[in-house]
Ligand binder design. Structure first.
Ligand SMILES: C[S@@+](CC[C@H](N)C(=O)[O-])C[C@H]1O[C@@H](n2cnc3c(N)ncnc32)[C@H](O)[C@@H]1O
Length: 266
């Protein structure tokens, strides 16, 4: 699903209109994830989980975020892993946003990955995209997020990897719906409460490892969870709390039965 320059221009115009009326500077990251956030919602604990997995395989791991967009999540990972790199196919993201492309992001196609990494992170492969083969060839550890029902082709079980653990967070759309209902739509409190009971959380995180490193990855993630502190957080996490997507919160929606952010080992 390539983006065309006119689409980007139109979307940026919408973002400017949104900004003029937004009641929180943090809302846009969930309403305009391509420009201001990520398609998957995350907390600092997710960054720490990812970093703990990376450092389980190498104290100073090589790390690649494939399809990193303008690098929102990658920037956070780099605070803890300064050598982390990104790969993004679409250079127009940077030109249209007027964002400087950092040297640690290379403009290239995932099919051309030409070296091995300790860990590859791949979030939200678009519908119709499938670059699992080149990713699987280039690493022993993969962390991926996918949107249940949309980006289904990010699973690596058939590529010689074991799924070590998974957890669920909301996707940008889940949070955006709540933001719109709660802050930007006039409706009765009862109606809002009724709609809130239907809230979903469709973003799934999977940690995959080749069998010979799977136990190391599992142990590292377990050790990280034992010291996890949700009070260690980014300022934008307040939106997740306000919209009913709390840490270990259970939703009423049967399609998301386990508590959010709870790690399940496979
Ligand atoms: C849905 S966006 C997700 C961006 C970011 N990872 C996130 O989750 O917010 C998918 C990104 O993958 C990039 N992409 C698509 N196909 C690619 C490919 N073959 N190689 C590298 N990047 C690709 C797109 O340009 C886009 O920025």
């Amino acid at each position: 699903m390539p983006f065309f320059t006119q689409d980007l221009r139109n979307a940026i115009k919408s973002l400017e209109q949104y900004r003029a009326r937004a009641i929180s500077p943090h809302h846009e990251r969930y309403s305009f994830p391509f420009f201001s956030g990520t398609y998957f919602s995350y907390r600092k604990i997710d960054v720490r989980r990812v970093v703990s997995i990376a450092t389980a395989v190498n104290k100073s791991p090589s790390y690649l975020d494939v399809g990193c967009g303008y690098g929102d999540f990658l920037k956070r990972v780099r605070e803890l892993l300064p050598g982390a790199e990104g790969m993004e196919r679409d250079a127009s993201i940077f030109y249209s946003l007027g964002i400087e492309k950092q040297d640690y992001i290379v403009i290239s196609d995932a099919h051309w990955i030409d070296k091995r990494y300790d860990v590859i992170f791949v979030a939200w492969m678009e519908p119709g995209q499938d670059y699992r083969d080149p990713i699987a060839k280039s690493t022993d550890v993969i962390i991926t997020t996918l949107d249940q029902g949309i980006s289904l082709s990010a699973e690596f079980d058939g590529h010689g990897f074991d799924c070590v653990a998974h957890w669920r967070t909301p996707s940008w759309e889940d949070v955006n719906i709540e933001i719109m209902n709660k802050f930007y739509t006039k409706m009765s409190g009862d109606k809002r409460a009724e709609l809130a009971r239907m809230r979903g959380a469709h973003n799934l995180w999977y940690a995959y490892a080749r069998p010979h490193v799977a136990v190391r990855v599992k142990n590292a993630l377990q050790a990280q969870l034992a010291q996890e502190d949700p009070r260690d957080r980014y300022d934008f996490e307040s939106v997740l709390d306000e919209c009913g997507f709390g840490y270990l919160q259970k939703l009423e929606n049967p399609a998301a039965s386990e508590p959010l952010w709870q790690v399940n080992f496979d």
